[in-house]
Design a protein around this ligand. Structure first.
Ligand SMILES: Nc1ncnc2c1ncn2[C@@H]1O[C@H](COP(=O)(O)OP(=O)(O)O)[C@@H](O)[C@H]1O
Ligand SMILES: [Mg+2]
Length: 260
């Protein structure tokens, strides 16, 4: 190793969320790497050998029509469902044998499709649920209410009484409560007012580009994806059939492929 090599011990790296270590350059540390991932449901081969790499500070959109396996991919990354084979590493550490709560502790945050807010619990209680895998007494980051001022005004309101857009913001805030390095979002624009979609888009950009999170956005809404994507993956029948940089999505004809 060269004398002037950058520190490589994890303890020397920037604190979580820091995509850019003090010595500059990309934080190779927090890359999420998936290799040859396969998933079956019974006899159905749902994910067919997916491989990709996600970098901190980038938004990766995963596009594809209903039923291609987008949700199954996110559930597999979170350990909500077991995979058949393949490896998943975060910062070089294998996480594919970990249970879901251990993956949360390792730095994965998940916003499920349909939000899964606890309707009878208040906004504050829903946010506290996001800390379930953390040591007792871990405080909620104040920044959550700066990101989502609407939640600040509704701390005592029941989750079930919020609008769809407010519930989506609550689901994102809940996933952010433990301070993840990677945020997985499953169709956050589904059934939501356009103005709230724009708010959510700004938050996603801030998290990735200013806070250095690695963001995975599963979406079918092309216009939203094209605004946000640094990288894109297009899925068909459990496979990645196209991939590239976000700025090339139009030239690559992603919209047309999505319609097939
Ligand atoms: N729990 C399950 N058991 C059996 N098949 C499932 C299950 N969940 C999803 N599938 C099937 O897996 C395929 C991919 O589903 P999904 O990952 O939800 O796709 P997407 O999110 O892209 O719409 C679909 O054919 C779906 O019917
Ligand atoms: Mg889905």
């Amino acid at each position: 190793m060269a004398d002037n090599a950058a520190p490589t011990h994890p303890a020397d790296a920037a604190p979580h969320g820091g995509a850019h270590p003090p010595w500059g350059g990309p934080a190779a540390g927090d890359i999420l790497k998936v290799q040859d991932l396969h998933k079956h449901y019974g006899g159905s081969h749902i994910l067919r050998g997916l491989s990709f790499e996600l970098k901190p500070g980038e938004i990766t959109v995963v596009m594809g029509r209903n039923g291609v396996g987008k949700t199954t991919l996110l559930k597999s990354l979170m350990g909500v469902v077991p995979v058949t084979s393949g490896s998943i590493t975060l910062a070089g550490e294998n996480i594919d044998k970990l249970k879901t709560h251990q993956r949360v502790r390792a730095g994965l945050g998940y916003v499920p499709q349909g939000r899964e807010i606890f309707g009878r619990l208040t906004v504050m209680e829903n946010l506290q649920m996001g800390l379930a895998s953390q040591p007792a007494g871990t405080p909620l980051p104040k920044s959550l209410f700066e990101l989502f001022p609407v939640l600040d005004k509704m701390r005592g309101r029941r989750g079930g009484d919020l609008s769809g857009g407010q519930q989506q913001q609550l689901a994102i805030a809940r996933a952010l409560a433990p301070g993840p390095k990677v945020l997985l979002l499953d169709e956050p624009t589904e059934g939501i007012q356009p103005n709230v979609i724009q708010d959510i888009g700004r938050v996603i950009q801030h998290l990735a580009h200013d806070q250095g999170l690695c963001v995975v956005l599963v979406e079918q809404y092309y216009d939203f994806c094209v605004q946000l994507a640094d990288q894109y993956l297009l899925m068909q029948r459990g496979e990645i059939v196209m991939r590239g940089r976000g700025k090339d999505m139009a030239a690559d004809g992603v919209r047309e492929r999505l319609a097939i």
